[in-house]
Design a protein around this ligand. Structure first.
Ligand code: FAD
Length: 501
């Protein structure tokens, strides 16, 4: 049995979150005749710095039916095989979080256990020699993923870097072509029903009212509906993730078009480098208790590889999440729902997952409280898992040369992360919880990359004779190197596959 159907949806906010919502709803709800309107204010603008993604974005693009070549050409996009973390263990250290595992399981055991055994027997080979995306990325290569000869699975997944403004425009064209409409205007008030406090309409500065049955709050850090109007509080995680500001400056590209993001640790935070085809996105994410805005901007300007293409842009934020993501007839998506700092480019993924979950739980006009509670429960778990993953980068970083890094090492961990660290250190295993965004191989990449060494490996590894294991592992890494070296450079592949318009 179905209740009364929701006929009118209003998305408030036209950043990446708002236009992703409009595109998805136009694709999936448009055919039902649902009226989809998006309200945004040019005067207020968007955050616009979310330019690095994780591989799940490809599922979203596939759901919308985007053609990858057209999408990359129109957003000046490039491919991303992972993130290189520089200087997190101290000056000169680097490790790679690649979008893939460290090779196929061997007799049912995750490959890092086999690597660990060889390591304990004196083999100095880095675990990254078994990560195809790490090897290919560092050689500057890209091609659609070849298959691992052992498992027949693709050697890696890929994500993208793209121009956030062009991505929003791309989504907007798609949504408008499928019937979504855009309303330009600044929201000055949110009208609520007297009887139950449900949102009835948003009121614009010129007096117009945009009414709807269901509202999606995509107003960014302002959280106009979920926070200001409905009074849902914010759970502040700055105690674990202390960076609270960023300065961003795009610049001309000088070096090769690398197929990965760089996240380089700095005294009071870290610096990103996101390679697009027409420019480099740069930013310094920092903790305002340890460096001033002017010092951060000067440090970033001094570190640019080419001429700056815009003035420094300052962004303030707090790591954390809304205490509820869905209240009454309003769901918060994007920065209005929460933000966990940009270290692993998780924000667009959280938008995508929030939207697909919303479609999965799409309500009737009776807004069943049990379903709302379930949406909130699952989403809260998802945010907590991502939070733990990010905290691991800081707490495991070997740097102790500045107050931020000493504080991070000394801060007690959330229980869920403490448990993961303890189990990994004593057994080399990663206990996976529900609603994890990151697979075991990603956790292993950060643990091992940060120098967290387990005390033992899976005892079943001893079924294989050490000499046989060493020979098999050598063949693996030689195969990875050979295949990676045969691939075209990232730039050559892009120019051939998706020429810029
Ligand atoms: P916004 O872009 O802020 O959009 C808010 C919208 O609401 C705008 O259209 C605005 O006009 C509208 N609005 C607000 N108030 C009103 C009003 N009163 N009336 C009418 N309209 C209104 N994510 C990633 O996935 N990868 C990254 O690499 C990444 N890097 C980041 C770096 C930094 C420093 C920061 C701060 C964020 C980063 N993010 C990243 C997050 C990413 O930028 C956001 O998730 C993404 O841009 C979505 O933002 P949004 O649409 O929720 O909010």
């Amino acid at each position: 049995m179905h209740g009364k159907r929701i006929e009118r949806i209003a998305i408030i906010g036209g950043g990446t979150a708002g236009w992703m919502a409009a595109a998805l709803f136009a694709r999936l709800l448009g055919p039902l005749g649902t009226r989809i309107r998006l309200v945004e204010s040019e005067e207020i603008g968007t955050v616009g710095v979310g330019e690095a993604t994780v591989p799940t974005i490809r599922l979203f693009n596939q759901l919308l039916g985007f053609d990858e070549r057209d999408f990359l050409a129109r957003t000046h996009g490039s491919f991303k095989l992972g993130i290189e973390f520089r200087d997190w263990g101290g000056p000169g250290c680097a490790y790679f979080h690649g979008f893939g595992d460290f090779g196929a399981d061997i007799e049912g055991i995750a490959p890092h256990h086999h690597w660990l055994k060889l390591r304990m027997e004196g083999d100095g080979t880095s675990h990254e020699a078994y990560s195809f995306p790490a090897v290919a990325a560092r050689k500057g290569r890209f091609a659609p993923p070849p298959k691992d000869p052992v498992s027949s699975a693709p050697y890696y997944q890929h994500a993208y870097h793209f121009d956030a403004a062009l991505y929003a425009r791309y989504l907007r064209e798609y949504a408008e072509a499928r019937g979504a409409t855009r309303v330009e205007g600044r929201v000055v008030d949110v009208a609520r029903r007297a009887a139950d406090g449900f949102v009835e309409a948003v009121v614009l500065a010129d007096g117009r009212r945009v009414e709807a049955d269901f509202f999606v709050d995509c107003t960014g850090f302002r959280a106009l509906l979920i926070g200001e109007a409905l009074g849902v509080g914010f759970e502040d995680w700055r105690g674990w993730l202390p960076c609270d500001r960023a300065v961003a400056i795009p610049c001309a590209r000088r070096g090769p078009l690398t197929p990965y993001t760089i996240a380089a640790a700095k005294e009071a935070g870290w610096r990103w480098r996101i390679p697009l085809r027409h420019r480099i996105g740069n930013g310094y994410v920092y903790c305002s208790a340890h460096v001033s805005d002017d010092e951060a901007a000067a440090a970033l300007l001094a570190d640019l590889e080419g001429p700056a293409l815009a003035e420094p842009r300052l962004l303030r934020f707090a790591a954390g999440r809304r205490k509820a993501f869905w209240a009454k007839n309003c769901v918060a998506i994007g920065l209005a729902a929460g933000f966990l700092e940009p270290l692993e480019s998780t924000s667009i993924q959280l938008i995508q997952n929030g939207l697909t979950r919303l479609i999965e739980y799409f309500p009737d006009a009776d807004y069943d409280p049990a379903m709302i509670a379930e949406y909130n429960r699952v989403t809260a778990n998802e945010y907590a898992r991502v939070r733990d993953f990010l905290i691991l980068h800081y707490c495991a970083a070997g740097r102790r040369d500045a107050p931020l890094w000493r504080d991070c090492a000394a801060t007690p961990l959330p229980d869920t992360l403490r448990h993961k660290v303890d189990v990994f250190v004593s057994t080399g295993r990663v206990p996976m919880l529900t609603e994890e965004s990151y697979a075991e191989a990603s956790w292993v990449a950060i643990f091992l990359g940060s120098g967290v060494a387990p005390r033992r490996y899976d005892p079943l590894v001893d079924r294989i004779d050490s000499a046989v294991l060493a020979q098999g592992m050598r063949r693996r890494r030689e195969e990875i190197r050979r295949v990676a070296e045969a691939m075209p450079t990232h730039e050559a592949f892009l120019e051939r596959a998706c020429p810029a318009p």
